[in-house]
Design a protein around this ligand. Structure first.
Ligand SMILES: NC(=O)c1ccc[n+]([C@@H]2O[C@H](COP(=O)([O-])OP(=O)(O)OC[C@H]3O[C@@H](n4cnc5c(N)ncnc54)[C@H](O)[C@@H]3O)[C@@H](O)[C@H]2O)c1
Length: 394
């Protein structure tokens, strides 16, 4: 398939799944001026999405972020359908249903019998491979990953992930249309966790490791990364906010799919929280206890300890970003954009490496590697070569 016909706002967009992601993506597409069809196999979910959209838009008018006229056009653009055949005129369909390979493959195979020959079929999957989803299609070359972040109307980043079979014109058209929706797109390879969900793992993993070694408590580690790194939230606050169920499952999935890479290894501390259903804010308790009247623990504001914690975590993050660059996951610019726009890091990790000093990053990791004799701390070969050649990223 070579589809050089570019997608425009004249193209109808289909969204499958009207949950958190599907509803958000539909709002983005309808706001950009497309006619959108939203389908869900659960009628209650579909009704809820319709009511939620009206309420969300009403709030945006109250906050003076949208005009009444714009709201009317978004509502008029959005059709909620309980029949997949309504997708027959779509130029692009984005799937955001349950994260289950069998269910997704069945859907993609069904969609192919409905849509036109040049319709692009995209998946918003977080953890499945694009190759595996596309394998259910006769025209695997039309299938691509278009990965939004939650909440889709607010988070600027979208990862564009061509699979092994995806035609270059499909990638180009998908990127252009999502750019035109006002999103920041980055192009990345079909590897576990794509960019953000892979590179960010050390923020959580190394912080938990520092806790497990008894060096500092949660509050102190959170304080260190906010104070010396400028992160908006510390790792434990963030895990409690995301949910330890989701965060643990993502970590486990990325690690398993990378054939048990030691840098990405999950921790027993988080697994126990998960098993005990201490999911974080949404369950009332995670690393912290959010019950009324409980005073949150105070950090030990020790400068030397704080700087040690920050340096260890940031060097692990940078090493993952450097290794991703070495393995050509994405360009250096896209790797940096992904972390600032997808998870609000104060700086791109490669830019940060230049600021800290490539040699300093290497030395910190090498000291840990020598000390622990664990593969987890081995510096990326690219980092080694950059030190040897006295190079910077920018
Ligand atoms: N929630 C996030 O933070 C997030 C972020 C990025 C990507 N994702 C990915 O987006 C997808 C959807 O996640 P979500 O959080 O919106 O899930 P969700 O549970 O909120 O919504 C999923 C919706 O899909 C519907 N559905 C299930 N099977 C279906 C089928 N066969 N046909 C039609 N509809 C079906 C369900 O009724 C439900 O309304 C997943 O692949 C997930 O990995 C989620």
């Amino acid at each position: 398939m070579s589809n050089n016909q570019q997608l425009t706002t004249n193209n109808q967009i289909g969204i499958v799944g009207s949950g958190a992601m599907g509803a958000g993506i539909a709002q983005v597409a309808a706001s950009a001026g497309h006619k959108v069809v939203v389908y869900d196999n659960n009628l209650q979910a579909l009704d809820k999405a319709k009511i939620d959209l009206a309420n969300t838009l009403k709030k945006l008018v109250e906050k003076q972020k949208l005009t009444d006229e714009k709201v009317r056009s978004i509502i008029a653009n959005t059709q909620f359908a309980n029949d997949l055949n309504e997708f027959k005129n779509c130029g692009l369909v984005i799937e955001a249903i349950i994260e289950n390979i069998d269910v997704k493959q069945k859907l993609f195979s069904d969609l192919e019998t409905i849509v036109s020959a040049d319709c692009i079929l995209a998946t918003n999957t977080s953890s499945l491979s694009i190759a595996s989803i596309a394998s259910a299609c006769k025209k695997a070359e039309r299938v691509i990953g278009i990965h939004f972040f939650n909440p889709a109307p607010i988070m600027p980043l979208v990862e564009i992930i061509p699979g092994i079979m995806t035609d270059a014109s499909v990638t180009e058209n998908s990127k252009k249309i999502i750019d035109s929706w006002g999103k920041v797109t980055v192009l990345t390879k079909d590897t576990p966790g794509f960019i953000v969900n892979r590179v960010a793992r050390s923020f959580y993993g190394e912080s938990i490791r520092i806790f497990e070694e008894g060096m500092a408590d949660f509050a102190t580690i959170d304080w260190a990364l906010k104070t010396y790194g400028g992160f908006k939230m510390g790792p434990f606050e963030l895990m409690d906010f995301i949910g330890n169920d989701i965060n643990f499952k993502v970590t486990e999935s990325v690690w398993t799919q990378f054939f048990f890479e030691p840098r990405l290894k999950p921790s027993l501390t988080q697994k126990r929280l998960y098993e005990a259903k201490l999911f974080g804010k949404k369950s009332g308790r995670g690393y912290y206890n959010y019950a009324d009247g409980i005073v949150l623990p105070q950090p030990k504001q020790d400068e030397e300890l704080g700087k040690y914690i920050f340096n260890r975590v940031i060097c692990m993050l940078i090493n993952e970003a450097i290794d991703s660059l070495y393995l050509q996951l994405a360009s250096k610019e896209d790797l940096d954009l992904a972390m600032t726009k997808g998870v609000n890091y104060p700086k791109g990790l490669l830019k940060w490496a230049d600021e800290i000093g490539i040699k300093n990053v290497y030395t910190s990791l090498d000291v840990l590697y020598e000390l622990y004799n664990e593969d987890r701390y081995r510096p990326s070969i690219l980092l080694k070569m950059m030190v040897r050649d006295d190079k910077k990223f920018y």
